[in-house]
Each structure stands twice: as structure tokens, then as C-alpha cells.
Design a protein around this ligand. Structure first.
Ligand code: NAD
Length: 266
């Protein structure tokens, strides 16, 4: 139990990566506040954790709205006495090319991915400073933060912004003993997330078709699942990483390290 006695806030707790990380933190003893703009994603994730013997609370909150974020953080403190861990996972994926991207969609994607992370970090870190808690803040990036992907201008831009947000916030907070690191996932195996959706009483999501042959392109030969990100998040949240701040931990099966023309499975 690496996180016994700790309180974590995880944003964006759909059955996919957010719930995988929230569940992984709870397995290590953390009490988890599950936060999502879609109320069902917050409450069902919390119920799922409680059903597995953990302790969790679901809160509906739009992370782009500062008043809602302040209220959410205050509720987390009221319920559990303070916050030790924040995982900024809420995000809007996908998009369009620079030629096609409508301004409103660009603004919303940057607001959720960048401003939402800023607001949650600001208010959770203020609470940590006030309570003198040496917390850990984790920012979920993407391999799209490291590379230029066609047809994904808002996502690539906002996710790469998060890499340097992480370093700058790490420097701002270092004197308070608060660490800030990013975690880079990549294209993710959908099986675990789809199984979890069914466990939550939802219909099994359709498998996406017409995608690139990811397992053939990726050095480790298979895509990561949310549980793999959860293990990395537990490491960054726990004292095992006490001398690590401003770092990006890639859980990408070797994707970014690869020499670009090499196709490992060819
Ligand atoms: N799925 C992937 O292959 C992949 C790869 C790399 C990085 N990521 C990153 O992992 C994170 C989770 O991705 P996912 O695949 O689980 O996506 P998802 O769409 O299943 O989950 C994102 C969650 O964020 C919530 N959200 C959106 N706007 C919000 C807002 N304003 N306030 C609060 N919550 C909001 C959504 O309701 C949703 O539950 C994202 O940051 C994403 O960029 C995902």
C-alpha cells in the first residue's frame, strides 16, 4: 500500500484512462475524488472503486470553470481533510487540421486541456501549500505532445504546452515540497476500458476501425492499457519518486524512442 492515508483527485474519470488511474491509486490505499464534467463518469467511477473495497467520491465539475474548480477542491477537503495527489487527466482528444479547425473548437480544446490543468493545479497546489502537504501533481500528456500529428492541431498544441507547463509549475512549487511531473500515454488498447464500461452497466463501446496498425509500429509489440499508466502514476504519486520533479515519464511501449522509419513488426 504505497498510498495509504493519501487523498487523490483524478479528473476525467471515463471508463478509459482516468478510471484506470483512479482505480490504480485506490488499490494502493488512496482515497480518490473522481471528477468529470459528465456526472455519470464521476459517480460511476467512484461507485466502481467503492465496490472494489476502496474509498471514493464522485464530483461533477467543469475544469475550465474556476468557480467550479474551487468548489470541487473545497468539497474534496471537506470530505477527506486535504489533498495529496492531483492527476490532471481530463482532456478533449482528436481534432482537425490547421486548415479546417474552427476557432470555437480550438478554444474549447485548449481550455480543457491547458486551462483546466492550470486551474486544477493552481487550486490544489494552494491547498497543499496552506496545509503544508508535500503533494504530487501529475499531468497527463500524450505522444502527440512530442510529435507533429496531421489532423490534430489543437490536441498536439495543447499537449505539448502541458510538457512545459509541468516544468514551470514544478519550479514554482519546488520550495513548497510539491512535485509536478507529466506522464505520457500513447494509443491505448481499448479492451480494458470497454470491459470497464460494461462493468459500469454501459453498452460495450464499438471498436474503432480503419486505424493505423499500431501494434506493428510500436517497439514493444503491443499497446499499453490504462493499468500500465496507473502503475506509473502510483510511482509518481508515491515517495518512490521523491527526488523526481519536472520530469516526463513516457509509458509508450517505446514509441517516441523509435527511429522513425523502422517498423519493428515488419
Ligand atoms: N486514449 C488514448 O489513446 C490517449 C493517448 C494519449 C493520451 N491520452 C490522454 O489521456 C487522457 C484521458 O483520455 P481518454 O482516452 O481516457 O479520454 P476520454 O474521452 O475517455 O476521457 C476524457 C474525460 O475527460 C472528461 N472531460 C472533458 N472535458 C472536461 C471538462 N471540461 N471538465 C471535466 N472533465 C472533462 C470527459 O468527460 C471524459 O470523461 C486525456 O488527457 C488524453 O489526452 C489518451
Amino acid at each position: 500500500m504505497k498510498l495509504a492515508g493519501k487523498v487523490a483527485i483524478v479528473t476525467g474519470t471515463s471508463p478509459n484512462i482516468g478510471a484506470g488511474i483512479a482505480g490504480g491509486l485506490a488499490e494502493e490505499g488512496a482515497r480518490v475524488v473522481c471528477v468529470d464534467v459528465v456526472e455519470d463518469n464521476a459517480t460511476q467511477c467512484a461507485q466502481w472503486i467503492a465496490g472494489r473495497g476502496g474509498e471514493a467520491l464522485g464530483i461533477a465539475c467543469d475544469v475550465t470553470d474556476e468557480r467550479q474548480v474551487e468548489a470541487m477542491v473545497a468539497r474534496a477537503r471537506g470530505a477527506y481533510g486535504g489533498v495529496d495527489i492531483l492527476v490532471n487527466n481530463a482532456g478533449i482528444l482528436g481534432g482537425l487540421s490547421v486548415l479546417e479547425m474552427p476557432l470555437e473548437r480550438w478554444n474549447r480544446q485548449l481550455a480543457v486541456n491547458l486551462t483546466g490543468t492550470f486551474l486544477c493545479t493552481k487550486h490544489v497546489a494552494r491547498l497543499m501549500v496552506e496545509d503544508k502537504r508535500k503533494g504530487s501533481i501529475i499531468v497527463i500528456a500524450s505522444t502527440a505532445a512530442h510529435q507533429g500529428q496531421a489532423g490534430n492541431i489543437g490536441y498536439c498544441t495543447s499537449k505539448s504546452g502541458l510538457l512545459n507547463f509541468t516544468r514551470a509549475a514544478a519550479m514554482d512549487l519546488v520550495k513548497h515540497g510539491i512535485r509536478v511531473n507529466s506522464l505520457t500515454p500513447t494509443a491505448t488498447d481499448a479492451t480494458e476500458s470497454h470491459d470497464r464500461a460494461v462493468t459500469w452497466g454501459r453498452p460495450r463501446p464499438e471498436r474503432r476501425t480503419g486505424m493505423l496498425d499500431f501494434p506493428k509500429m510500436i517497439p514493444l509489440g503491443a499497446l499499453p492499457s490504462p493499468r500500465h499508466y496507473a502503475r506509473a502514476a502510483v510511482f509518481l504519486a508515491s515517495d518512490d519518486s521523491e527526488m523526481i520533479t519536472g520530469f516526463d515519464l513516457r509509458v509508450d511501449a517505446g514509441a517516441i524512442a523509435k527511429y522513425w522509419p523502422w517498423i519493428p513488426g515488419a
